[in-house]
Write a protein that binds this ligand. Structure first.
Ligand SMILES: C[S@@+](CC[C@H](N)C(=O)[O-])C[C@H]1O[C@@H](n2cnc3c(N)ncnc32)[C@H](O)[C@@H]1O
Length: 256
């Protein structure tokens, strides 16, 4: 699968001054040009991917999909309660009130954990494009959606997970989740190319592992079955919980 990197930022048709100001802010943050909207998105963007500041929501547009933050499968996943393997990995005793998420993405895991555990979630996202989607999308969901309370409990931060975690006190979280981009993109859903083009593809780094195990006694890594173990986890004892398609690797702080 090819990467469809976002090329510019644009707005809805006939933008208000507020919409234009928000688009200019995102363009600067992402280091992308701001392009005037020219009729339909097809006409404005052609085959390119771009960030659209719309009137109802913001999206990462490409010819195959419009990607934005939404409730997704949160209600269905949270209906499994404490039995869901992600929840069991993060909170084996069924309790966790403070969780850190080092790879926010489109906030699907953060919403799930916030809802299933009634937890506050501090979440880092390194891609300014993906962060901007969450910066707009989470308050929108918190204002009016079936996952409003969960969305309101998520605090997104723009930055590298290791740096964001470094600003937190020792033992201030019950668990940390990281869900790096999968190394084999071939099984990604249709329309996912633009997300892959905007996301940061880096294996889990040693600094993130060290900071995670300083701020929490447990680190959970979401991986696909067969995913290679990154060098940052080599030599660390790992417990593996298997879901239907995914695995959750649990690394505990030594002596925890
Ligand atoms: C597979 S996605 C996460 C999906 C997310 N768990 C969800 O439920 O939507 C990985 C995300 O982590 C981000 N990322 C990668 N490395 C990062 C880092 N070092 N710090 C913060 N975010 C990072 C990527 O840009 C991408 O958005």
């Amino acid at each position: 699968m090819s990467l469809l990197v976002p090329r510019f930022v644009t707005t809805a048709e006939r933008p208000t001054p507020e919409l234009l100001a928000r688009a200019a802010h995102i363009a600067e943050r992402c280091g992308l040009p701001l392009r005037r909207r020219n009729g339909s998105m097809r006409r404005t963007a052609g085959a390119a991917a771009c960030y659209v500041v719309g009137k109802q929501r913001e999206a990462l547009w490409s010819p195959t999909a419009s990607i934005f933050v939404h409730e997704g499968m949160t209600l269905a996943r949270a209906a499994d309660g404490l039995d869901h393997p992600l929840v069991r990995a993060v909170a084996p005793q069924g309790r966790a009130s403070r969780i850190a998420d080092g790879t926010l993405g489109l906030a699907q895991d953060a919403l799930h954990l916030a809802m299933a555990l009634d937890a506050e979630v501090l979440a880092a996202e390194l891609s300014p494009v993906v962060f901007s989607l969450c910066e707009e999308g989470l308050p929108r969901l918190a204002h009016d959606s079936p996952v409003a309370e969960a969305a309101a409990r998520i605090t997104p931060r723009l930055g590298d997970s290791a740096t964001v975690f470094a600003g937190e006190p020792d033992d201030s979280f019950d668990a940390v989740l990281v869900s790096p981009m999968f190394t084999q993109p071939d099984r990604a859903p249709v329309g996912y190319e633009a997300f892959r083009g905007a996301a940061v593809h880096e294996p889990l780094g040693e600094a993130t592992v060290a900071e995670a195990l300083r701020i929490a006694p447990r680190l959970v890594i979401k991986a696909r079955a067969g995913e290679p173990v990154p060098p940052s986890l080599e030599g660390r004892r790992r417990q593996v919980l298997r879901g239907r398609a995914l695995e959750y690797w649990v690394v505990e702080r030594e002596g925890a």
